[in-house]
Design a protein around this ligand. Structure first.
Ligand code: RB5
Length: 154
């Protein structure tokens, strides 16, 4: 596995409070973090931030992406619309490891309303440090093939 160095981070309003702490934590353990917001007050729409992080990852400006909304679900639905993205929600340490190992996720989605900041940070660390297992490649290739066929339909 190539060393992961650059991360793209995006949240909606439900994760504004945790975002700075997550960012500080990731920087403290040596990652470069590009922060795509949300930076405002009030509320925003999670797809706007999901697409920024997704595009950063598929264009290889970032090695991996981290998206946080209230549950992680909205972010994952939106990010997975971008060709080349495998965005996965994790809800504990095991799923954080398995989405890297089995699903080859390039974006991890987390729910700010479902865990403490320290739990979120720990899950992100596990995700980033877990290599993909090649034996699962054939399933990822099938997902890519579905994506290719569906995109051709327009
Ligand atoms: C915003 O209230 C909430 O819907 C959003 O953060 C997210 O949980 C959607 O999946």
């Amino acid at each position: 596995m190539d060393k992961i160095k650059n991360l793209a981070l995006g949240t909606d309003h439900a994760a504004v409070e945790v975002r700075n702490k997550v960012k500080e934590y990731l920087q403290s353990i040596g990652y470069e973090v590009e922060d795509f917001g949300f930076f405002g007050n009030g509320s925003c729409d999670y797809p706007d931030y999901a697409v920024k992080v997704a595009e950063s990852v598929v264009s290889k400006n970032s090695d991996k992406g981290i998206l946080i909304c209230g549950t992680g679900v909205g972010m994952s639905i939106a990010a997975n619309k971008v060709k080349g993205v495998i965005a996965a929600v994790c809800w504990d340490e095991d799923t954080a490891r398995l989405v890297a190992q089995h699903n080859g996720a390039n974006i991890l989605c987390l729910g700010s309303r479902t865990a403490t900041v320290s739990e979120l940070c720990h899950r992100i660390k596990i995700f980033l440090e877990t290599p993909f297992e090649e034996r699962h490649l054939k399933r990822i290739e099938k997902i890519k093939e579905i994506e290719k066929q569906q995109c051709q339909k327009g």
